[in-house]
Ligand binder design. Structure first.
Ligand SMILES: *Cc1c(COP(=O)(O)O)cnc(C)c1O
Length: 467
C-alpha cells in the first residue's frame, strides 16, 4: 500500500515512511492510494474474531511494509486486558434493543484516544529501533491528547515527550494524570499562559527547521495516519457485536472535533462494512455540523470553550481526507478549496455535484449545547442507569435524533464521566464513579517544570534534556 498527499505533491511513500511524520511534504494530509475492500467471505470470517485478531486483519492491509509476524506481535502487545481493562478492549453496552454504547474509554487515560495512541507508541518504538533512530515529541495539550500521548510513550526506547500545558488550566484530575508520571522520558512543562500560548510555542519551535532537524522534533497529532487506521478496527468490532449477520446495516453516532474518529468510520464503510449512517455530532463548535447540513465549510476565527472541551475546535484537521474522497480524489480540487481555507476563508459545495455524495457516503450531522448535555446525561442515568460523560452526551443527543426503526444505532462513548466531574455534578448532583486505581491520584507526587511562555526557553530545556 502506498500513501499519497491529498494535495498531490508528494512522492508515494510506505506506511512506515509516513508513520513518524505530520503533514505531507506539500502541506496536505497523507492518505492511502486506495481503501482495501473485504470480500463477503472475508467479512464472514471476521465475525467471530477477537479484538486483537480484528486489529491485525484490518491494520495489516494498511501497514503492509511491516512483516506480518512483527505487526501481530505489536498488536498483541498493545490490545491487552491489562491496558484496556478487559479482553473486549472496546466493550459494547446494550441500552435497549437497537441502541448501544461502544466503550472506547477503558484505556489508561479514560478517553478514546488511548485506543490509537497505545498502538502508536509501540509502532514508533519498533520503527525507531529498526532505524536505530530517536524522536523527541513536542506537543501542546489542554487535557486529553497530551495525557494519551504520555501514557502511550512512557518508558519507550528512543522516544522523549515534551508536553506543554497551560499552568493551572486543566482539571485537577487531568493535571494529576499527566504530572504524576515519573518516567524519565516524559517531561511535563506547565506554561505560564493559556493553551494558545502553548500551541504558539510548538509552532515556533517546529518552524525553526534547523532546530527541528537537529533535535529530531516530532509530533503525535490527530492527523497521524496510523491513529486513524487503528480507529477503523472498533467499527468492525461494534458492528459484529450488535448484529446477527452481515446482511444487516448499523448506524454510528460519533462525538466529533478534528474528524479523526468519524473519518475512521468512513474508511470502515469504504472497506465494505455495512454501515448505514455516520452521524457527526458536534458541540457549540459546529463547523462540521454546518458543512454536513449546508455544504459550507467555514473554519471559525475563534473556538468556544465548552463543557465537552475535547471537541472544542475551530477547524477540523482530518476533514481534508474526507473532502479528498468527496471530490473523487482529485488533488487539483482539494488544492483549490484549501487555497481559500488556508487564507482564512471558506468554501461552499452546496451547488456542486460533490455535495450530493455526502449522503451517498452515509453522512448526517447535528449539534448539541451545554443544556442538551445536561439533559442527555440525566436522561441516560434515569432511563438506563448509566453515567455518560459530556462528549458521549453530545453523540447520544444527536444519535437519538437520527435513529431509525430497525437500524441499530451505536453511540461512541469517547470518555468516562470521571474525567469531567464538574459537569456530572451539575447534571446529576453526585460524583461520577472512578476506576479503583485512579482514586486519589490527585495526592500522588507530581513531576513538572514551570516555564514562561517563551519558545527560546522551551528550546533550551529540550537541548538540556536530549544531549
Ligand atoms: C478527541 C476527542 C473527541 C473528538 O475526536 P476527533 O477524532 O477529534 O473528532 C471526542 N471526545 C473525546 C473525549 C475526545 O478526547
Amino acid at each position: 500500500m502506498k500513501y499519497l498527499s491529498t494535495r498531490g505533491g508528494m512522492q508515494p511513500k510506505t506506511f512506515t515512511e509516513i508513520l513518524l511524520g505530520g503533514l505531507a511534504t506539500d502541506g496536505g494530509l497523507t492518505i492511502s492510494e486506495a481503501y482495501p475492500r473485504f470480500s463477503k467471505e472475508e467479512l464472514a470470517a471476521m465475525r467471530d474474531m477477537s479484538y486483537r485478531e480484528l486489529a491485525f486483519e484490518v491494520i495489516r492491509r494498511f501497514a503492509d511494509d511491516i512483516p506480518a509476524a512483527d505487526l501481530r506481535a505489536i498488536v498483541d502487545k498493545t490490545y491487552t486486558a491489562e491496558i484496556f481493562r478487559s479482553d473486549e478492549i472496546t466493550p459494547v453496552k446494550t441500552l435497549e434493543p437497537g441502541l448501544h454504547l461502544l466503550g472506547l474509554s477503558y484505556g489508561p487515560t479514560l478517553a478514546f484516544k488511548d485506543v490509537a495512541m497505545q498502538l502508536l507508541g509501540n509502532l514508533f518504538e519498533y520503527v525507531l529501533a529498526k532505524e536505530n533512530s530517536e524522536i523527541n515529541i513536542l506537543g501542546a495539550t489542554s487535557g486529553d491528547t497530551g495525557s494519551a500521548a504520555e501514557y502511550a510513550m512512557r518508558g519507550k526506547r528512543g522516544i522523549k515527550v515534551f508536553m506543554l500545558s497551560p499552568q493551572g488550566k486543566m482539571s485537577p484530575f487531568q493535571t494529576a494524570q499527566m504530572f504524576s508520571l515519573q518516567d524519565p522520558n516524559i517531561f511535563n512543562i506547565a506554561v505560564k499562559g493559556v493553551f494558545d500560548d502553548c500551541q504558539d510555542i510548538v509552532k515556533a519551535v517546529s518552524n525553526d527547521l534547523d532546530f527541528k532537524a537537529k533535535h529530531k522534533i516530532g509530533a503525535v497529532n490527530s492527523i497521524n495516519w496510523a491513529r486513524v487506521t487503528a480507529q477503523v478496527v472498533y467499527y468492525f468490532k461494534a458492528y459484529f457485536a450488535v448484529t446477527q449477520s452481515n446482511d444487516e446495516e448499523v448506524s454510528f453516532s460519533v462525538p466529533s472535533g478534528n474528524f479523526g474518529n468519524v473519518c475512521a468510520g468512513h474508511i470502515a464503510r469504504q472497506m465494505g462494512l455495512p454501515i448505514k449512517k455516520l452521524i457527526v455530532a458536534t458541540n457549540e463548535n459546529d463547523v462540521l455540523d454546518e458543512f454536513f447540513r449546508t455544504g459550507v465549510y467555514r473554519p471559525r476565527p475563534q473556538t468556544e470553550h465548552t463543557s465537552s472541551p475535547s471537541m472544542d475546535i475551530s477547524k477540523a484537521s482530518n476533514f481534508e481526507r474526507f473532502v479528498y474522497d468527496l471530490v473523487g480524489r482529485d488533488p487539483a480540487v482539494v488544492n483549490e478549496l484549501w487555497k481559500e481555507v488556508d487564507a482564512g476563508g471558506s468554501f461552499d459545495l452546496s451547488k456542486t455535484p460533490y455535495f450530493a455524495r455526502v449522503r451517498e457516503f452515509g453522512f448526517e450531522s447535528g449539534s448539541s449545547s451545554h443544556a442538551n448535555r445536561l439533559e442527555t446525561i440525566r436522561h441516560m442515568h434515569q432511563k438506563y442507569g448509566v453515567m455518560i460523560d459530556t462528549h458521549t452526551a453530545d453523540g447520544v443527543k444527536v444519535g437519538l435524533e437520527h435513529r431509525e426503526a430497525n437500524v441499530p444505532m451505536v453511540c461512541l462513548e469517547t470518555a468516562l464521566p470521571a474525567k469531567f466531574e464538574e459537569t456530572i455534578r451539575e447534571a446529576l448532583g453526585c460524583e461520577p464513579e472512578r476506576p479503583a486505581d485512579m482514586v486519589g491520584i490527585e495526592n500522588l507526587p507530581q513531576r513538572f517544570e514551570v516555564m514562561a511562555a517563551d519558545a527560546e526557553a522551551v528550546k533550551r530545556f529540550i537541548v538540556q534534556h536530549t544531549g
